[in-house]
Design a protein around this ligand. Structure first.
Ligand code: FAD
Length: 335
């Protein structure tokens, strides 16, 4: 095995995931967090962007704080495939040697990051909710929920590079956009052939369920097992639409088959930070709280006064949601 000189590794990279020519929102969060880490370490924050006809996205990444954008613009990278993306990124990491590589814990990031880490024989901490630089040794401290969310584990990478993390969408603050920022766009050198790619994307079909953008929503009204049945989501939808928000749910409601998984908030769902989160018939299990407790204002409606959700709620209403919600809707109608 080749001995690695870890001192050659420098700078922080963010994988600039894009879909159909649009930067995925978590990338903006990674750039925000990456900037803080880069400032502590005194290194530069760069992005790596892959795709076809994506050069126009480089200026957006620079506006959000990337100092250099490494780019591979190639017809073979038009659609995400693990083989092609992993090959280009692994070759580029071996050549340019970033010290820290951050990816979003999206479907693509969760597929790509372990492949890259295993090819590079390095460590990966998946699904991080907090990143810090250790002031003593400059290593990145990566925190993530463990043991079903009952503890938070802080993990460091042994003496191999790069140190890699995937980060949950919706947890970190977004970078501020500043279009006056200037940066460098660098074309990557790589050797990618059609024969390197063992899968072929024939068609992209959108999910039959309309995907909700919980991470971008300012107002979320969530329903849980306390709804009693799938029909109960009608009253949740009505309140959400009156407030101009979107519908979320607990995992128990998803597991019961009452609502699509894309609505699930929590440790194994989406992490959200809206201005207003209304939890209806949700007990407040630790795994649910992990995904919503950072919301600005939490309102809980639950018939059990001892439900743990009230411990994190700013406003609590003890009562039957089927009585309380129609009253709220009526009050909103009369405004
Ligand atoms: P329950 O705990 O059954 O609570 C229902 C609540 O409704 C009760 O508090 C009850 O008092 C109230 N209620 C009943 N009827 C009414 C009524 N008419 N009016 C008002 N209130 C009423 N859960 C998540 O949500 N998200 C996750 O991402 C997630 N990930 C998990 C990961 C792991 C590894 C594990 C082990 C679990 C995970 N869970 C997750 C599940 C979690 O532990 C809980 O089981 C789940 O959150 C409970 O959902 P709930 O609050 O809707 O249901």
């Amino acid at each position: 095995m080749q001995i690695q000189d870890i001192n050659q590794y420098k700078d922080i990279w963010v994988f600039a995931e894009q879909r159909q020519g649009k930067i995925t929102p978590v990338v903006i969060e990674l750039l925000g967090e990456g900037k803080k880490l880069a400032n502590v370490k005194g290194v530069s924050l760069n992005a790596i962007l892959l795709g076809k006809d994506v050069k126009n996205l480089a200026s957006e990444l620079i506006a959000y704080g990337a100092e250099k954008v490494y780019i591979a613009d190639d017809a073979l990278l038009e659609n995400y495939t693990t083989d092609a993306y992993a090959k280009v990124i692994v070759d580029s990491i071996n050549e340019i040697k970033p010290e820290i590589v951050l990816l979003g814990a999206t479907n693509i990031g969760r597929d790509l990051a372990p492949r890259i880490a295993s090819r590079l024989n390095t460590g990966l901490t998946a699904d991080c909710t907090k990143l810090e630089i250790d002031e003593e040794d400059g290593k990145i401290k990566q925190t993530r929920p463990a043991f079903g969310g009952n503890i938070m584990a802080t993990i460091i990478c042994p003496d191999v590079r790069p140190q890699m993390s995937t980060v949950r969408p919706g947890v970190m603050d977004k970078a501020e956009r500043d279009d006056s920022r200037v940066g460098e766009v660098i074309e990557l050198n790589y050797d990618l052939k059609e024969s390197d790619i063992r899968t072929k994307v024939i068609e992209i079909v959108k999910s039959a369920h309309e995907k909700v953008s919980l991470t971008d929503a300012n107002i979320i009204v969530s329903g849980g097992k306390g709804l009693g049945n799938a029909e109960g989501f009608k009253v949740i939808e009505e309140l959400a639409s009156k407030l101009g928000g979107v519908v979320g749910s607990s995992r128990a409601a998803v597991d019961a088959g009452w609502i699509d998984r894309s609505h699930q908030v929590g440790q194994t769902g989406v992490t959200v930070k809206p201005n207003l989160y209304v939890a209806c018939g949700i007990s407040g299990a630790i795994q649910h709280l992990a995904g919503m407790k950072e919301s600005d204002i939490i309102v809980a409606i639950n018939k059990d006064p001892d439900a743990p959700i009230f411990n994190v709620a700013d406003y609590g209403i003890v009562g039957d949601l089927y009585k309380v919600i129609p009253e709220i809707i009526e009050a909103l109608d009369s405004i």
